[in-house]
Design a binder for this molecule. Structure first.
Ligand SMILES: [Zn+2]
Length: 248
């Protein structure tokens, strides 16, 4: 190996070790310190798809978990009007949350035409302030779906306006198709609740999600599991913030 290659390799290893030591300094999601979690997904089935296992793991250790639906899937059933689709998908979300034993909360954005405006910034900030969670999980903002991006950016803006008063994590949904360029910093072993996660996800019957299990979930959660040395895992990026060193 040439000297330049050795220097490059050493720099790469140092960068990886630095990244991991940063993660170790941050709180782990399952450390037992979180009392209330908000999981904010753009469409019915997104919260369950991206981190249904983590929702169940948190709930099982006594954390209050609230599942927030940013839209109600109005554009998600071919041949149905927005009103018809909303009614069907609202009920499916209720069914999924009832199965998980988790409280649902519905916002007023519309599937396929969500917006970022001054009023929408306030709406998201006010909802989070009212619920007062100590952890929020939402979409990773680099995503092929506009609603996912809008949801992520509104949450991120709220986090800043609420003085970074809760821990913020981004997570993935259908990576390689929707989520893009996602490199996790945190993991949750969801093996004990993986079957329940899939059952909750399949409560969204109108979406015919059975085909997604093998195509996306087995692949994604299996790969994250191997990265985390367990069978099934969900993966996250924690947005790090150091209040002491912040200059705003
Ligand atoms: Zn979605």
């Amino acid at each position: 190996m040439k000297k330049i290659q050795i220097i490059f390799l050493t720099a790469m290893i140092a960068a990886v070790l630095t990244a991991f030591s940063t993660e170790m300094n941050a709180q782990s999601i399952m450390g037992g310190h979180y009392k209330k979690a908000l999981i904010i997904g753009a469409h019915p089935d997104d919260p369950e798809s991206m981190c249904g296992g983590t929702m169940l793991m948190l709930k099982n250790q006594g954390c209050e978990v609230v599942c927030v639906y940013f839209t109600q899937g109005e554009g998600g059933i071919p041949g149905k009007s927005e009103e018809e689709a909303r009614a069907i998908r609202h009920q499916e979300a209720l069914n999924s949350c009832a199965y998980m034993g988790i409280r649902p909360l519905f916002m007023t954005q519309v599937d396929g035409r969500s917006e970022i405006t001054k009023e929408r910034y306030d709406e998201m900030k006010d909802l989070i302030a009212k619920e007062n969670p100590d952890i929020v999980i939402t979409h990773w903002p680099i995503d092929s779906h506009r609603d996912h991006r809008n949801c992520a950016l509104l949450v991120f803006d709220s986090w800043r306006r609420l003085d970074h008063g809760f821990d913020l994590y981004f997570t993935e949904v259908m990576s390689g198709n929707q989520t893009l360029n996602f490199l996790p910093t945190s993991y949750v072993d969801i093996t004990p609740v993986r079957e329940q996660k899939i059952a909750a996800y399949l409560c969204h019957k109108s979406q015919n999600l059975e085909g997604n299990i093998a195509k996306y979930h087995d692949t994604m959660e299996g790969m994250r599991g191997r990265e985390y040395m367990c069978q099934w895992a969900e993966a996250f990026v924690q947005v790090l913030w150091n209040k002491e060193r912040s200059t705003k």
